[in-house]
Ligand binder design. Structure first.
Ligand code: OAD
Length: 230
């Protein structure tokens, strides 16, 4: 099995901002205000406005050559390919990937903070939207915030344990538990590869690293992997 971890860098060339680069989202917004349960409790309107803007950006964005290449890898490779993404956009799915786990949630989902009911997010969410199941006005984006437990962790750790190859694409390697996946996979015997614009925090943990924009280096790598099997 090939397990691929993706981060904001893979969607950067689709026009969606990264978090920690120069001009990144966390240089312009206080993450404590917009990406924590405490920030949401203090000011839900500010948090909804932040994610409504992200949702609008996402609707306008198109998958780039890196997303398309990963969908091709999944379609054409004999081995199972699993994408574990930290991204809340849907560009992997729109490029054609099927086996995708959104460990930090997704902009397309709404979640009731009272009864945990989930439903598709409307274009614009407000703090007054009632939950369609329980009627309470505690609607939030279905996004995993700082201090919350990421989704699908058991499934992800199991996949890492059986991975032959682990590839990390466009992530700074600063947010756990995703930042430790390279070590988890290596411990289980997987080969590890990083594809990133520049060296990430954890670059030295990888067997090999390639540098460059995702839209170039991901299709190059996918072509090599598929050609090697012919
Ligand atoms: P970051 O913004 O921390 O890191 C983006 C990485 O992508 C950096 O290492 C960049 O060098 C790289 N990069 C930028 N442009 C690129 C390109 N065109 N091609 C390839 N690489 C490029 O984003 P993440 O690592 O995804 O969580 O951040 C992890 C989590 O922190 C996010 O899921 C989010 C954030 O806070 C939550 O909101 C809970």
């Amino acid at each position: 099995m090939i397990v691929i971890l993706t981060g904001a860098g893979i969607s950067a060339e689709s026009g969606l901002g990264t978090f920690r680069d120069r001009d990144g989202l966390w240089t312009r917004y206080d993450l404590n205000e917009v990406a924590t349960p405490e920030g949401f409790a203090r000011n839900p309107g500010v948090v909804h406005a932040f994610y409504n803007a992200r949702r609008a950006n996402c609707r306008e964005a198109q998958p780039n050559a890196a997303h398309v290449a990963l969908a091709r890898l999944e379609a054409e490779h004999a081995e199972k390919v699993l994408i574990v993404t930290q991204n809340v956009d849907d560009l992997h799915e729109r490029a054609g990937s099927r086996n995708v786990l959104h460990m930090h949630g997704s902009l397309g989902g709404a979640l009731c903070a009272h009864c945990a009911h989930r439903w598709p997010a409307p274009r614009v969410m407000t703090a007054d939207d009632p939950c369609p199941a329980c009627g309470k006005r505690r609607t939030r984006p279905d996004i995993v915030w700082f201090g919350e437990y990421p989704y699908y962790m058991e499934q992800i750790w199991e996949a890492l344990r059986s991975a032959r190859l682990f590839v990390s694409i466009g992530t700074s390697g600063t947010v756990y538990p995703a930042a430790a996946f390279v070590q988890d996979a290596a411990r289980a015997g997987a080969e590890t590869l990083e594809l990133n614009l520049e060296g990430s925090e954890g670059a030295s943990d990888f067997d090999a690293c390639r540098r460059g924009p995702a839209s170039r280096i991901v299709p190059e790598w996918v072509s090599e992997v598929l050609d090697a099997r012919r």
